[in-house]
Write a protein that binds this ligand. Structure first.
Ligand code: GDP
Ligand code: IMO
Ligand code: MG
Length: 422
């Protein structure tokens, strides 16, 4: 029995989907525990590209059970669409998917409120995915949310929805936005509820029984450490705990049952949306975008890019308890003569070797860089550690050491086989 939590160690889009797909080979169950369809996890199998938003990436392998845990916020109409898309691509989604009955629901008024609040914020906007994630978690915390267990009970659902739409339409009116039609939401959500009913279960009991019986469980993190509602660059964050603790609260599997934490990070840094990013660098961004890379898997937005930031990843090791590191997109640095790594921040003569909590301070931080020689050789065909250029090995070892965890996987391309185990 071995339970693994996988988290993003940066600002999301670290390549978690690819690494989850690789690690799923040794897992029996894959669980999503937080976030919603703001996530976009890309997996390539051969030339086929799959982008998962709510369903764990483990669904792409046979004989694995996938669970959407109670900590996830579910847009049921979008989930039905995702199931249909996967089935169209000949992926089995049947008895192999379970959805927690206590997961909260995302409604059209959440999406509309997300959009309206962003408009109101103007130049201070967060740059959300506009999937209604913040307002849905807000309702959960305010104890005004509806859950899967309500959706599959049509009489109860109708009563609860009516009162929620009434209140939210008042709020939308105050924003000057269009009200939501109760009849339309009811019809759409009833249909989705009917489709999803067979998947809904008490996943807490199921996961704990499976764990007691020796199952290997993989907890698939969404977003990344610095988008965490408590530990990220607040308010430029998402609304869930993206760090390792979220795997316990979002699944009902206790902390002492967890055996290891794997942190996924790119060999450089990317971020989508607003907020400070000290090692941001326009040159790397232009280079990536010219190659058609680093466009968001959910919204298609161009990702901001920068050098590897070891101040950030060291912090990620601390708050997640990262034991092992998977570094992706090493091949993305193949063409560079010199590679910079951020090893500290400074404001004037004041040095920081940690991430300041005040984002106004973080926004002023200048990166302090160390230079590494590039290897100027393609790595995408390499499959063994020893066959990587020595400068690439030195770079990987250095960023792992600065991050403070053991390097166990290096990824040199999006496919399953472009993976090097150490
Ligand atoms: P996630 O949200 O963490 O699952 O990451 P995304 O799927 O949003 O973004 C990561 C992108 O990098 C996807 O397009 C992946 O196919 C791609 N990717 C993952 N690992 C590698 C790698 O080692 N090399 C290259 N070139 N692409 C990779
Ligand atoms: P995966 O799982 C990257 C970002 C948004 C925005 C902020 C808040 O693919 O790594 P939200 O819609 O959650 O309220 O947006 O968080 N964001 C992500 N960035 N990858 C993600 O997911 C993200 N999910 C949310 O861009 O800055
Ligand atoms: Mg993504």
């Amino acid at each position: 029995m071995s339970n693994t939590i996988l988290v993003g160690a940066q600002w999301g889009d670290e390549g978690k989907g690819k690494i989850i797909d690789v690690l799923t080979e040794d897992a029996d169950i894959v669980v999503r525990t937080q976030g919603g369809n703001n996530a976009g996890h890309t997996v390539f199998i051969g030339s086929r590209k799959y982008v998962l938003h709510l369903i764990p990436s483990g669904i792409l392998r046979r004989n694995k059970t996938c669970v959407i845990g109670s900590g996830v916020v579910i847009d049921p109409v979008s989930l039905v669409g995702e199931i249909q898309d996967l089935r169209r691509m000949k992926v089995k989604v049947d008895g192999n998917l379970l959805i927690s009955e206590t997961a909260h629901l995302v409604f059209p008024y959440h999406r509309e409120l997300d959009e309206q609040r962003e408009i109101l914020k103007g130049k201070n906007k967060i740059g959300t995915t506009k999937r209604g994630i913040g307002p849905a978690y807000g309702d959960k915390a305010a104890r005004t949310g509806l859950r899967m267990i309500d959706l599959i009970n049509p009489e109860r659902f109708e009563v609860l929805l009516k009162s929620r739409i009434k209140e939210n339409n008042e709020v939308l009116k105050a924003f000057g936005a269009k009200p939501i039609s109760f009849a339309k939401v009811l019809a759409d959500y009833r249909l989705a509820g009917d489709r999803l009913r067979p998947f809904v279960a008490n996943t807490v009991v199921m996961l704990n029984h499976a764990s007691e019986n020796g199952a290997n469980i993989l907890f698939e993190g969404a977003q990344g450490t610095f988008l965490d509602i408590d530990h990220g660059t607040y308010p430029f964050v998402t609304s869930s705990n993206t760090t390792a603790g979220g795997a316990c609260t979002g699944s009902g599997v206790a902390p002492h049952r967890m055996d290891r934490v794997v942190g996924v990070m790119k060999a450089y840094t990317t971020r989508v949306g607003e907020g400070p990013m000290p090692a941001e660098n326009a040159e790397i961004a232009d280079m990536r975008h010219a190659m058609g890379r680093e466009f968001g898997a959910t919204t298609g937005r161009a990702r901001r890019c920068g050098w590897f930031d070891s101040v950030a990843t060291r912090h990620a090791t601390m708050v997640n308890g990262i034991d092992e590191l998977a570094v992706t997109n090493l091949d993305g640095l193949d063409g560079l003569e010199t590679i910079k790594v951020c090893i500290g921040y400074r404001i004037g003569s004041k040095r920081y070797d940690y991430m300041p909590n005040d984002i106004a301070v973080l926004a002023q931080c200048e990166p302090v860089y160390a230079d590494f020689p590039g290897w100027l050789t393609p790595t995408n065909r390499v499959r063994e550690w020893k066959k990587l250029p020595s400068k690439a090995r030195a770079y990987l070892k250095a960023i792992a050491e600065l991050t403070g965890a053991k390097l166990t996987i290096a990824s040199v391309g999006p496919s399953r086989d472009q993976t090097i185990f150490l």
